[in-house]
Design a binder for this molecule. Structure first.
Ligand code: HSE
Length: 310
């Protein structure tokens, strides 16, 4: 049996405009790395966290990676000692699924170290509990694509049912992450508990259209459907210059653009790498002109998800 392992779990773009809490996709980069070792003691211990500017707690009960690993061990009644090194390779509170990637990497690591007690897809409920620790809501639209890769639809939460949606190979994502933090809890807090039926009808039409567009490589349909009538109108004001960045993406040829997860990152989907590079430049220029630094990621859809890298 392995005693040490290194796992990478990718960043993700949740919601994908119209699919609040039900659609998400994985990027090739950035992502988090977890190194895990089995130990002789009986505790789950975080030995080190890097890349977080000291913001995350080393206390096991306060970190998504250790909490989810502990829950996994509890499920099997195992008092196994575990030591964790977490290397954050993406900003926190960025809308890139940072807490999700850490939880997913930890779960894949412990599952592998213990001889795969569960198939990978069955790790999802534990990863969702990690989201509850991070922001108070056990949504799956970041953890599912980080774990499984690809464009993932959460068809149902109760019972949990997810499925991968095929996407055209030419589809390339741009994500621009301004150097601002926005907590998911705050971003969820501005949303209403209920929405109007007429709003829901528009949103359903777009979710169906987007999935159909992905499945049939219909770029016009993808473009028409990348619209959010539920979360974006209420969250846009939390992200400085959101409308200008989105407009820059559309003006330079993006199929569509919206908030990445709970923000403040903004994503665009593009047809082909060349278009994506042009869109990335236009979007980042808006932030730069406003003296706001940003990271820019250009990535095809990562179909692999979390993977063992050492
Ligand atoms: N679907 C979630 C939200 C993603 O928009 O709040 C958060 O990462």
């Amino acid at each position: 049996m392995l005693s040490s392992i290194k796992v990478f779990a990718p960043a993700t773009v949740a919601n994908v405009a119209c699919g609040f809490d039900v659609l998400g996709f994985a990027l090739h980069h950035p992502g988090d790395e977890v190194i895990m070792k089995l130990a002789d003691h009986k505790q789950v211990i975080i030995k080190e966290i890097t890349g977080d500017d000291g913001k995350l707690s080393l206390q096991a009960e306060k970190n998504t990676v250790s909490v989810t690993v502990q829950q996994y061990l509890n499920f099997f009644g195992l008092a196994q000692g575990v030591e964790i090194w977490l290397h954050k390779k993406m900003p926190l509170g960025s809308g890139l699924g940072s807490s999700a990637a850490s939880a997913v990497a930890g779960l894949v690591a412990i599952n592998e170290l213990l001889g795969r007690l569960k198939p990978t897809a069955d790790l999802l409920p534990w990863a969702m509990e990690g989201e509850r620790v991070a922001c108070g809501s056990a949504h799956a639209d970041n953890v599912a694509p980080s774990l499984l890769g690809g464009m993932v639809l959460v068809r149902s939460y109760s019972p949990l049912a997810v499925c991968k949606i095929p996407v055209p190979a030419e589809l390339v994502a741009v994500v621009v992450n301004p150097h601002l933090e926005l907590s998911t809890a705050v971003s969820r807090g501005v949303l209403p508990k209920e929405i109007k039926l007429s709003t829901a009808v528009k949103q359903w039409g777009n979710v169906g259209g987007l999935v159909a567009g992905f499945c049939t490589s219909n770029f016009d349909l993808i473009s028409q459907s990348l619209q959010d009538h539920v979360a974006e109108p209420l969250r846009a004001c939390l992200i400085p210059h959101f409308q200008a960045v989105k407009q820059a993406a559309l003006d330079s040829g993006a199929l569509g653009s919206s908030i990445s997860g709970a923000g403040p990152s903004i994503f665009a989907l593009c047809r082909g790498e060349e278009s994506a590079q042009k869109v990335a430049k236009a979007m980042s220029k808006v932030f730069e002109n406003e003296q706001i630094g940003c990271n820019v990621y250009v990535s095809a859809i990562n179909q692999e998800g979390a993977k063992i890298i050492g």
